[in-house]
Design a protein around this ligand. Structure first.
Ligand SMILES: [Cu+2]
Length: 391
């Protein structure tokens, strides 16, 4: 059942075994241009600083070598350097086939594969209003879901046929009525993870309710509290059902507007990042690299990322180039215990809110640092995306 994107083999490390260490091919790309994805051309920066050989990507592509820069940064003639840019290192010149594969998969990412794969999850679902209730109506149903553009679709289950399901957003104190119609061929039950609901609304079959049988509906009613980053997901046969996508984000904004992230931190983007690690391998918001969506910000912009782990193992999220300020755990503000880091471990069931000041221009890898979840002999896969900071 657990089929990672590629076998969990540790990378042989093309970035560290560069036979020409005087070159700048440390890190994963340099001087790249992002095509598609609605992104302007940006520089893709390596994780290690160094002199730039001014690579362009794709070779001969849109991002010209800065004038005056030598084609190589090393006095040693380099087999990889050419006036055309980052020519893949052919096998007979020591690079090996993994370089070609690694470059090809990054190109798919830079070409905006996430846009062509199909509908995205986490789309906001506006409630209908019934008196003082905010009403959400969803189905639980099976569907085919593409993890990326190449792999065959997986047999997913989810809310309203996306993985993650719709993003539900309310304000602390709102009366919430959420009805789930079960269109699966098995029973289910839905739990609002992190909410202080009445016991009968907790969604655990045989503990607080009968299972929702195929063809039936069940309505959960509660007052939204506490505020913060929460989730809703199956709590029945959950290893399989949540592992296949029956999950979504439930955001409760603080009643006091001055406590919200746009007011507190001037955040202009509020990004939900739900990881999973079962069906479809290692995914971010239901997609594996190179079909993960890049985060694009302007230099000086402040963004918020809400990490949520719906998988069965911990994932340490590592951002290159900038630090993250961690301001809340499981929806609870950390206050004076807020801390700064560049790698944040997120355990199953946890939510952590990170504030990032996008002050360092470039395209920065942003990935799980359990390396078998992110990079293998055929390049990067799975839990990888990029934070693109445009100057
Ligand atoms: Cu991981």
């Amino acid at each position: 059942m657990n089929e990672p994107n590629v076998p969990p083999t540790v990378s042989t490390g093309s970035t560290t075994e560069d036979p020409t260490p005087g070159l700048t091919r440390r890190g994963f790309l340099r001087g790249a241009a992002v095509a598609g994805a609605g992104l302007a051309a940006v520089t893709v920066a390596a994780c290690a600083p160094g002199t730039s050989a001014g690579w362009t990507y794709p070779p001969g592509g849109a991002s010209p070598r800065p004038s005056g820069e030598p084609a190589t940064a090393s006095p040693t003639p380099a087999p990889t350097a050419s006036p055309a840019g980052p020519t893949p290192m052919p096998s007979d010149q020591g690079g090996g086939q993994h370089d070609d594969q690694a470059e090809a998969v990054v190109k798919r990412f830079l070409d905006g594969e996430w846009q062509s794969v199909g509908p995205s999850g986490n789309e906001p679902l506006a409630p209908t209003i019934d008196g003082d209730w905010k009403v959400f109506e969803m189905d639980c149903s099976p569907f085919d879901w593409k993890i990326d553009a190449v792999k065959p679709p997986v047999k997913a289950v989810g809310f309203n046929k996306t993985w993650p399901g719709p993003l539900l957003r309310v304000v602390e104190g709102d009366k919430v009525r959420a009805t789930f119609r079960n269109d699966l061929d098995e029973s289910t039950g839905i739990h609002f993870h992190g909410q202080e609901v009445p016991n009968a609304m907790d969604g655990v079959p045989f503990v607080t309710q009968k299972p929702i049988m195929p063809g039936e509906s069940f309505t959960y009613e509660f007052v939204a509290k506490p505020s913060g980053s929460h989730m809703y997901h199956s709590h029945h046969n959950a290893t399989d059902q949540v592992g296949r996508g029956l999950l979504g984000a439930f955001i409760v904004d603080p009643k006091d507007p001055t406590k919200r992230y746009d007011s507190l931190y001037g955040a202009t983007q509020d990004i939900v990042w739900i990881s999973n690690d079962a069906l479809g391998g290692f995914t971010i918001n239901g997609r594996g690299f190179p079909a993960t969506k890049p985060i694009v910000a302007q230099k000086g912009e402040t963004i918020v990322i809400r990490f949520m782990n719906e998988g069965v193992m911990m994932h340490p999220w590592h951002l290159h180039g900038m630090a993250m300020r961690i301001v809340a755990r499981d929806g609870y503000p950390l206050g004076s215990a807020a801390f700064t880091c560049d790698t944040l471990g997120v355990n199953p069931g946890e939510r952590w809110d990170a504030v990032i000041e996008c002050r360092n221009p470039g395209a920065w890898a942003f990935h799980c640092h359990i390396l078998p979840h992110a990079e293998g002999p055929a390049g990067m896969f799975g839990m990888v995306t990029a934070l693109v900071v445009q100057d």
